[in-house]
Design a protein around this ligand. Structure first.
Ligand SMILES: NC(=O)c1ccc[n+]([C@@H]2O[C@H](COP(=O)([O-])OP(=O)(O)OC[C@H]3O[C@@H](n4cnc5c(N)ncnc54)[C@H](O)[C@@H]3O)[C@@H](O)[C@H]2O)c1
Length: 357
């Protein structure tokens, strides 16, 4: 059975994962006062039926808290609504929250559960590819503060995470591509063979998809296990994110908003460019990777005048220190190097590199 464990948080997969979750629900039933499922309007409609029909031991009296979908709702106001709903339902310290949704639901639900009554048990059931391969491991929970993403939050672990391909068939192509970028990143920072498998095909049957998802989760798991509190090697997971996050935040305020993974894909192109000068990443690979990403994801129009405000957003990134803007870069495929501080002028060059045909 494919299963990973980190600090007593079990990450279970596919059909055997459903069985493990079902067994767990049976085991904790005597000590559980209420089960609450947190979802958004979309996962309520598309994922909840697929979830409940596969579980025999889910409390039939479960309550649902539904919030509107979208990153714009990942904030402290929505958390307050969740806490009010929990209180109205009569949730107590023996209650269980199941977060059924993408990264927004898992991040915010985990945070809400960890603060409510100083922390109640929660389970994450990520339903997007992005949340399965990325938000499923590592214990980061939290909410955004205006355009500053994930700036309020906690490290805290669910009891269990269920990763299953059954949810993915309703996911729009753009959301699949969003998660795919994080998988590409996992290959680039840690595993040449994972990168090769992903980049050699654009379509996977469900069985292969579940296997490559497992491989990708395993890469993140290995990194987090080595450095749970992001003191050193966990920073390697930020490859593509320093520039990617800033582009995502900037475009969110315009009519050119793009998904998280799409922004990370662009960020990886720019950060490969930086990796050439800083770490000796091969020029041929930098060019080929840009072509690959520009072929896989719609090309985004980033104007020269956008770059200064994008760099300004970067300067607020949590990973920076007084030494400047911090990057994780590549020496080679599967070989990452952390803590590179790069000048704004060079960052501008890297963003312009993405925009040039
Ligand atoms: N905690 C972490 O380590 C971590 C890692 C990566 C990303 N994140 C966070 O995750 C968020 C992005 O995650 P996301 O892309 O999953 O966002 P999301 O939760 O907003 O989901 C994207 C969209 O897909 C819909 N959706 C979810 N499951 C679906 C399904 N099975 N079928 C059809 N539609 C479905 C959602 O309703 C939403 O509209 C960001 O807030 C990011 O900060 C957290």
């Amino acid at each position: 059975m494919k299963e990973l464990e980190i600090d007593r948080c079990r990450i279970v997969f596919s059909d055997t994962g459903f069985k493990a979750l079902d067994d767990y629900l049976k085991e904790i039933a005597p000590s559980t006062s209420k089960t609450i499922i947190l979802c958004d309007d979309i996962t309520h409609e598309l994922c909840l039926p697929r979830f409940t029909e596969r579980l025999e031991n889910l409390d039939p009296q479960y309550e649902i808290i539904e919030i509107p979908h979208g990153e714009e709702n990942k904030n402290i106001e929505t958390c307050t609504q969740i806490w009010e709903a929990l209180s109205d339902i009569g949730a107590d310290r023996h209650s269980l929250i199941i977060n059924l949704g993408g990264g927004v639901i898992c991040d915010m639900g985990g945070y809400a559960a960890s603060c409510y009554m100083r922390g109640i048990r929660f389970i994450n059931v990520p339903t997007t590819l992005l949340s399965q391969v990325d938000a499923s491991v590592g214990g980061k929970t939290g909410v955004d503060l205006g355009v500053l993403k994930n700036i309020v939050g906690l490290f805290t672990l669910p009891e269990m995470v269920l990763v299953s391909g059954v949810f993915l068939s309703t996911l729009p192509e753009s959301e699949i591509l969003s998660g795919f970028a994080e998988m590409i990143k996992h290959g680039l920072i840690r595993s040449r063979s994972h990168w090769q498998e992903l980049s050699s095909s654009s379509e996977f049957d469900i069985e292969t998809l579940e296997r490559v998802i497992y491989d990708s989760v395993h890469i993140k798991y290995d990194v987090v296990l080595e450095d749970p509190r992001e003191k050193n090697i966990r920073k390697s997971l930020n490859f593509g994110h320093t520039i990617g996050h800033a582009i995502e935040s900037f475009l969110m305020k315009t009519d050119r908003a793009i998904s998280h993974g799409h922004a990370v894909a662009i960020g990886m192109v720019c950060e490969c460019y930086l990796s050439g000068d800083e770490c000796g990443l091969s020029g041929d690979f930098i060019v080929a990777f840009k072509e690959y990403i520009r072929g896989l994801y719609p090309v985004v129009d980033i104007k020269e005048e956008d770059i200064e405000p994008i760099i300004e957003i970067m300067s607020h990134d949590k990973k920076n220190s007084s030494r400047g803007i911090n990057f994780s870069l590549l020496k080679d495929i599967g070989d990452v190097s952390i803590n590179h501080y790069i000048e704004p002028e060079k960052i501008k060059e890297a963003i312009l590199y993405y925009t040039r045909v």
